[in-house]
Write a protein that binds this ligand. Structure first.
Ligand SMILES: Nc1ncnc2c1ncn2[C@@H]1O[C@H](COP(=O)(O)OP(=O)(O)OP(=O)(O)O)[C@@H](O)[C@H]1O
Length: 272
């Protein structure tokens, strides 16, 4: 399989802690009679990129919704650096350093790209509106710091030409990149990428792959990638977990998982 990008960089810091950044164990989620997740477990190391694959309905989005607090699993454990995430609200989980990009874009259409990225930093802002009125100097300094951090993301993702463009007017590939930028502006420790190249053409996909590699190299953050584009998965992931009907049926390196007979059967059986 031809590579989309240059070989993945060694992103793990030299003295990476032995314990994983994220530990998920025995995760179980039910909707009435439907078991969306049934005892799913995996880990993500510091700076690691784990891909979660599986046919439609396998449970990939449900995993993300449990991780960022949208769903509360009926059973299992989720720990970020030893802190349990189960039962916390999405905003609290974002505050602990988990950011997410959305398949259908989470941008405010009428706001400029830069303002959308500023909103990504909202949870990092210490000065509220009233405090901002009272302490103009401090609020102003904080604003300048946040704008500088946003500009770093704009530069990293080469979004300069679109800084003032309302998100609703961005070309699709650029909007997906802006969505990545909004999540990166949160300065996450763990980034959940929900189908970052869905609906993209080959050129846009290659661009996105390059920006994801660049973001990992520059920022050293861990990522979980849910994606149907197998070429992107095989190219970017350090490890892959395959789900089918809410169960983890295989885990390992991209090559191991691609050749696993249970994974081949799940995809062929599902007609995907
Ligand atoms: N809010 C919900 N209410 C009822 N059932 C749900 C809900 N969310 C997910 N499910 C069910 O849980 C199972 C897993 O769905 P999920 O969306 O997590 O799969 P997926 O792997 O992300 O699929 P796709 O690749 O199509 O996005 C499916 O059977 C789905 O119908």
């Amino acid at each position: 399989m031809e590579r989309l990008t240059a070989p993945a960089p060694a992103t793990a810091p030299a003295a990476a802690p032995a314990t994983p950044l994220l530990e998920v164990a025995e995760l179980t989620l039910r909707f009435g009679g439907v078991t969306a997740l049934n005892g799913v477990g995996f880990t993500v190391g510091h700076g690691e990129l784990l891909a979660v694959i599986g046919p439609n309905g396998a449970g990939k989005t449900s995993v993300f919704n449990c991780l960022n607090g949208v769903y509360r699993p009926q059973g299992g454990r989720i720990a970020l650096d030893g802190t349990s995430l189960v039962g916390r609200a999405p905003a609290a989980i974002a505050g602990l350093g988990v950011a997410r990009t959305f398949q259908n874009l989470g941008l405010f259409q009428h706001l400029s790209l830069v303002d959308n990225l500023m909103l990504g930093r909202h949870h990092l802002m210490r000065t509220g509106f009233l405090a901002g009125m009272a302490w103009w100097g401090r609020a102003k300094r904080e604003e300048v710091e946040h704008r500088a951090a946003v500009e770093d993301v704009v530069e990293l993702l080469e979004l300069e030409p679109y800084r003032r463009t309302p998100a609703g007017l961005l070309p699709y590939g650029v909007a997906k990149r802006a969505e990545l930028g909004r999540a990166l502006a949160m300065e996450p420790r763990l980034l959940l990428l929900d189908e970052p190249v869905a609906g993209m053409n080959v050129e846009e996909t290659e661009d996105m792959a390059r920006y994801l590699v660049q973001a990992r190299r520059e920022l050293g953050l861990a990522m979980i990638l849910v994606e149907h584009d197998m070429r992107l998965v095989m190219d970017l992931a350090d490890r892959v977990v395959a789900l089918d009907f809410g169960v983890a049926i295989a885990a390992g390196t991209p090559a191991q998982v691609r050749e696993d007979p249970r994974v081949i059967e799940a995809y062929l059986g599902g007609g995907a």
